[in-house]
Design a protein around this ligand. Structure first.
Ligand code: NI
Length: 261
């Protein structure tokens, strides 16, 4: 069984100096690839460095995270965009709108999100969308740009059944499920049953959102198996089916070259 983690920040300092060891453990467990969304201009070099060390295992995305958007957004966006012609990326991410931490830059967050959606259309790359307490705002922008022109994933989906229905109308979008589905108080297991496994991709969002029984600790790539097991239980399917189907979903969505499906 080979599994793909579609959202992981293993390049962050939280993992120093254990990246090599964590990757060895991940590979031994059957994790085939890690897809690494960027955060902002301070994380780009670290992300590239990790991907350069593990070229057939770690794949970068380029983007500016909504919580890094402030009054300097134009410069940040320019610096982010300058990388797009320099090397290849498997997606634009992570991008979106976050009104949980700070609402003061909503206008700027919307501009930055829209601009990065346009990059993804230009480059024919999927987007990894972060949305927190901003579902209507994210959808406004998606419909402004034209969702039929876009492909992507709603990363760390924890929304309601109604929000899931809205996403299902966007036929080119997948739903990223992580450790939250294992949390005792989460409604996600119920909500997610309203969608087909064909729409789901697996992720950790490491170092955040570690699944039970590691909840509250630093998340690690290998913990993704707990999420896969929970999804298998929720759907009443063999683990192998969940892993293989979500792997195919990820390979179809993201631009990862030379990978037989
Ligand atoms: Ni993330």
């Amino acid at each position: 069984m080979q599994l793909i983690d579609t959202h992981n920040h293993l390049y962050l300092e939280e993992f120093d100096p254990e990246q090599e060891q964590l990757i060895t453990v991940a590979k031994e467990s059957g994790i085939e690839k890690l897809l690494l969304p960027n955060v902002d201009t301070t994380t780009i070099d670290r992300m590239h460095e990790l991907c350069d060390r593990y070229p057939d295992f770690a794949y970068p995305m380029m983007g500016l995270h909504p919580t890094s958007v402030d009054s300097q957004y134009a410069e940040l966006l320019k610096a982010t965009e300058s990388w797009l012609g320099k090397r290849s990326y498997c997606g634009i991410g992570e991008i979106g709108i976050d009104l949980y931490w700070d609402k003061s830059y909503l206008k700027e967050q919307k501009k930055v999100f829209e601009e990065q959606l346009l990059w993804s259309i230009d480059l024919r790359l999927p987007v990894a969308i972060h949305t927190r307490e901003a579902f209507p705002e994210v959808f406004d922008i998606l419909y402004k740009v034209g969702p039929e022109k876009l492909t992507g994933v709603f990363h760390s989906f924890t929304g309601s059944a109604a929000e899931l229905e809205e996403i299902k109308k966007l036929t080119n979008f997948k739903i990223g499920i992580n450790g939250v589905i294992t949390f005792k108080n989460s409604k996600l297991s119920e909500v997610i049953q309203q969608t087909d496994l064909q729409q789901i991709v697996l992720e950790t969002d490491a170092p955040y959102l570690a699944p039970v029984p590691y909840r509250g600790k630093r998340n690690e790539p290998v913990y993704i198996w707990k999420t896969a097991e929970k999804i298998a239980q929720v759907y009443g399917l063999p683990l192998e089916t969940v892993v293989e189907t979500t792997r195919k979903n990820a390979l179809h969505l993201f631009k990862i070259e030379n990978q037989p499906i």
